[in-house]
Ligand binder design. Structure first.
Ligand code: AHN
Ligand code: ZN
Length: 329
């Protein structure tokens, strides 16, 4: 019976193949329904709560208890969403000569998949409010709700969705440490790359020596109500097609006022080293002013707290990034 069925099927295939092209094509078309992609709805309030949770630890400055406690929480949270988590620990030398106990937190979703996308943000916060209008604050650590916390909050919310609805490609979420330990505004240092120490380490020594991804997306300072994301210069240089892809999705979602499709300035950030050392095209979604190149009045000040975090902005960023990754084949 089975044989007969197979023979009939084989005959049908031959028949189809011998038909004129038009008919065959039509048959193929009606039989293959393009699976439409369903992108989960990113929850801005949930992301907001993940930012708030990080801030509740206090400033996440390397070599402090708050930093260690937040690292544990982040790794546990990502594990709870089904990721295979690796914590890359290293002593990194800051421009001050201090040895920082740094931790890059790497969460791998569907690690068996070859085709991968990388999402990243820095999770540490700056040890000094050296841009604060009040000089007495220049040696105090910042809460880093926006500078650090916002990008991580968006990524944890994306991880929550990845636990429920898998993407076609594998996704790695990497939370870099020691991004914001760069030279104090009132000092000079001979150290050339004092910023982004965690991403420099990982980009030279990834958790898996053969690590590769199609592209990367870095989120930094993505939480303010007045956020404006321009096409950043380093991203444009190394990965203009990824900038196109992301800004196009944002436009489709109606976010063109926030994702402005115009050139912004150059920002030295974690993505530089992913591009330079690993050769993975990586873009930076970062809010900075086109006019003065600044990152906002709260930046590196005592004001970088939850008052500057907007669930609506987090939603725009998160929904855009999710639309991009859920559409990858
Ligand atoms: C510098 O200011 C050298 N880079 C901006 C990157 C940054 C700092 N992101 C957050 N804090
Ligand atoms: Zn900073």
């Amino acid at each position: 019976m089975k044989r007969l069925f197979l023979a009939v099927m084989a005959f049908a295939v031959v028949l189809l193949a011998s038909c004129n092209g038009g008919t065959a094509k039509q048959t193929t078309k009606s039989n293959t329904v393009e699976a439409s992609v369903i992108v989960p709805i990113f929850n801005g309030d949930s992301a907001y709560n993940f930012v708030d949770k990080q801030v509740s630890f206090g400033p996440r400055v390397p070599n402090t208890a708050a930093h260690r406690a937040c690292a544990s929480w982040l790794a546990d949270k990502l594990r709870s969403y089904g990721a295979e988590v690796v914590v890359q620990e290293a002593k990194l030398t800051a421009y001050t000569g201090e040895q920082l106990d740094a931790r890059n937190i790497i969460a791998q979703f569907q690690p068996e998949k070859k085709r991968r996308v990388l999402l990243c943000a820095h999770w540490d916060s700056r040890p000094w409010a050296d841009a604060d209008p009040d000089p007495s604050n220049h040696r105090k650590p910042i809460l880093g709700a926006n500078d650090g916390g916002s990008g991580v909050g968006v990524l944890i919310e994306i991880a929550r969705h990845l636990s429920m609805v898998p993407t076609n490609v594998g996704v790695d979420i990497i939370l870099f440490d020691a991004e914001d330990y760069g030279t104090h505004a009132a000092e000079t240092s001979t150290m050339e790359n004092s910023w982004a120490l965690g991403s420099q380490l990982w980009s030279r020594l990834p958790h898996n020596p053969n690590y590769n991804a199609r592209y990367g997306i870095l989120l930094d300072i993505v939480g303010a109500p007045d956020a404006r994301f321009y096409r950043e210069g380093i991203s444009e240089h190394f990965a203009s097609n990824i900038v196109d892809k992301v800004w196009k999705r944002a436009a489709e979602l109606g976010y063109s006022d926030t994702f402005v499709n115009e050139e912004g300035g150059i920002v030295t950030d974690d993505h530089l080293y992913v591009n330079q050392f690993l050769g993975i095209p990586c873009i930076d979604i970062i809010s900075h002013s086109k006019e003065d190149g600044g990152f906002g009045v709260y930046w590196h000040t005592m004001k970088d707290n939850m008052e500057w975090i907007s669930a609506q902005t987090l939603k725009k960023v998160g929904q855009t990034v999710m639309t991009v990754i859920y559409n990858e084949k």
